[in-house]
Design a protein around this ligand. Structure first.
Ligand SMILES: Cc1cc2nc3c(=O)[nH]c(=O)nc-3n(C[C@H](O)[C@H](O)[C@H](O)COP(=O)(O)OP(=O)(O)OC[C@H]3O[C@@H](n4cnc5c(N)ncnc54)[C@H](O)[C@@H]3O)c2cc1C
Length: 486
């Protein structure tokens, strides 16, 4: 019998995780998963191998996409990430929160497999009582989980693999030029390249005129130890603003000024509040004006910073919250930074912009050849008066399988083979790509869409297989000759 922690299984002492992995293997076997591979092998005219699907990014979305494709029998995969192994995504780099915001029980990228959930991973190591006692998931532990997920689902990640340029090629192929090493050829490409995967982090123009030693974006590496004894400012009111402010304070900042545009901190997490399987599966079916209306409303209401993160800042007496204080100017004065707001000017030694991300296709070198052809929402949709939003307008206008669509039909047909599986897909698909809660639903939608298009593209080969298949089920001797008239 298997049981948690220091378990015995079939008489042998096995660790909790080993037992869990055995259970996962058993569950997959009972479900006959992964499905048998069915995509005909392709090679380039020069003989080079061609992946069925290449995935740029091995963060949570890239791992879930790869695992879903493998379960669906699409297994000639290349999963490429520029980060070192175990460093993918934000969790152990620029994320500065103590725990995840999400409730611990979310099934996340588990793809419907109970033994693949974070809870199973946690309980296998620490037991059910520890699960009950756990508040939220420590961020490093979430990274450990993703590392485990990658191993048990046999996702073939190649680390240190930086995609420099995506080049469509004749014959339905896509070439990935790598910063180092040989090109990768594939038939379908998934961009699971993260929140900034179709652009970059957003910084107000005024900051760009100031020397870089005075400021950073929260997405960047920041030497917090160097902020000890310094006056630090943070711009923004979201989770990252609080987490960066708290990290600076804990590193010994002399003072912390938090500049917030709004008259009060947002308190209600609107879109998460109405989360349901209806939203997950229904959003993509909404008429355009309703998709826009939902996200415009949720965006205007803004997501509050987590309570824990906010109190991690407010407990420091030298942290000050400046509401109704949009930063209207920043300039260097006597070796420090003067931050202007309608409520007064403040002097800081270092300013952190926790001002989020944007879609800016021309800022991603790897998209240079395809970016001019990608249709955005603003190319075909005009919002109702009062619902204008630059963020939404620049969202890519995606097809039901997450693939890009052309601005001008016929100018870049390869876009139908390139799938945007990252946060900017939200306006087209709902929140299936950027966050933990519905990432499995997103990965399954993506995988089924790719399976469908590969099958359709290979229809001649599949028809030939149909014609050639000659394994009999009846052997011809089932019916005695006396009862047959021909
Ligand atoms: C600080 C922070 C905290 C968050 N906390 C939560 C939370 O509590 N709950 C929740 O639901 N969501 C949270 N999110 C949102 C979301 O879950 C994360 O952003 C998550 O990392 C998204 O996964 P991803 O795979 O889309 O992107 P990422 O994890 O960012 O992975 C993208 C990967 O792509 C790679 N890459 C990009 N471009 C290239 C290229 N050209 N070549 C090779 N590799 C490339 C990167 O190296 C990176 O590893 C948080 C986000 C942030 C930023």
């Amino acid at each position: 019998m298997a049981r948690n922690g220091g378990a015995t299984y079939a008489g042998a002492a096995l660790s909790g995780l080993t037992v869990l992995e055995q259970r996962l293997r058993q569950d997959l076997e009972w479900l006959e998963l992964p499905a048998k591979p069915w995509v005909p092998e392709r090679a380039a005219p020069d003989g080079r191998p061609v992946a069925d699907v290449a995935i740029v990014g091995a963060g949570m979305a890239g791992l879930a996409a790869a695992a879903a494709l493998r379960l669906d029998g699409v297994d000639r995969l290349r999963v490429l990430d520029r980060a070192a192994e175990g460093q993918e995504g934000p969790w152990v780099s620029y994320a500065r929160m103590e725990t995840l915001r999400s409730p611990k029980g979310l099934a996340g990228p588990a793809l419907g497999l109970p033994a693949l959930t974070f809870r199973a991973f946690f309980e296998a190591q620490h037991g059910a009582a520890a699960w009950e006692a756990l508040g939220k998931i420590p961020r490093g532990m979430w990274m450990d989980y993703l590392n485990w997920y990658r191993r048990v689902m046999a996702v073939p990640v190649e680390n240190g693999a930086d995609v420099a340029l995506i080049r469509p090629r004749e014959g339905g192929l896509i070439v990935l030029e790598m910063c180092t090493g040989p090109e990768v050829l594939c038939r379908r490409l998934v961009l699971a390249s993260g929140r900034d995967g179709l652009g970059g982090h957003f910084v107000p123009e005024m900051a760009r005129r100031v020397d870089r030693r005075f400021w950073a974006h929260s997405r960047e590496e920041i030497d917090f130890a160097a902020l000890r004894g310094k006056r630090v400012g943070v711009v923004g009111a979201g989770a990252s603003a609080m987490d960066n402010a708290a990290t600076a304070l804990e590193a010994g900042a002399a003072s912390l000024d938090l500049f917030v545009r709004r008259a009060e901190l947002p308190r209600i997490n609107k879109f998460t509040g109405i989360g349901s399987q209806g939203v997950v599966h229904g959003f993509a079916g909404l008429p355009d004006e309703w998709k826009w209306r939902f996200l415009h409303y949720a965006g205007s209401a803004q997501t509050p910073p987590p309570r824990d993160s906010t109190m991690r800042v407010s407990r420091h007496p030298h942290a000050r919250l400046h509401l109704s204080s949009p930063v209207t100017g920043v300039r260097e004065v006597d070796g420090a930074l003067r931050v202007e707001t309608p409520r007064g000017a403040f002097t800081v030694d270092f300013l952190i912009f926790a001002t989020g991300f944007k879609v800016a296709l021309d800022e991603r070198p790897e998209l240079a050849l395809i970016a001019p052809h990608i249709r955005l929402w603003r190319d075909r949709f005009t919002p109702a008066a009062g619902q204008e939003s630059e963020e939404l307008a620049f969202s890519p206008d995606l097809a039901p399988d997450f693939s890009f669509q052309e601005k001008v039909p016929g100018e870049c047909p390869a876009l139908a083979r390139i799938h945007a599986f990252n946060y900017p897909a939200t306006l087209s698909h709902g929140k299936l790509t950027g966050d933990i809660p519905a990432i499995s639903a997103g990965a399954k939608r993506l995988s089924r869409g790719i399976a469908r298009s590969l099958f359709v593209e290979d229809r001649e080969t599949h028809f030939e297989r149909l014609v050639a298949f000659d394994t009999p089920e009846l052997l011809g001797d089932e019916w005695p000759a006396r009862g047959v008239s021909a």
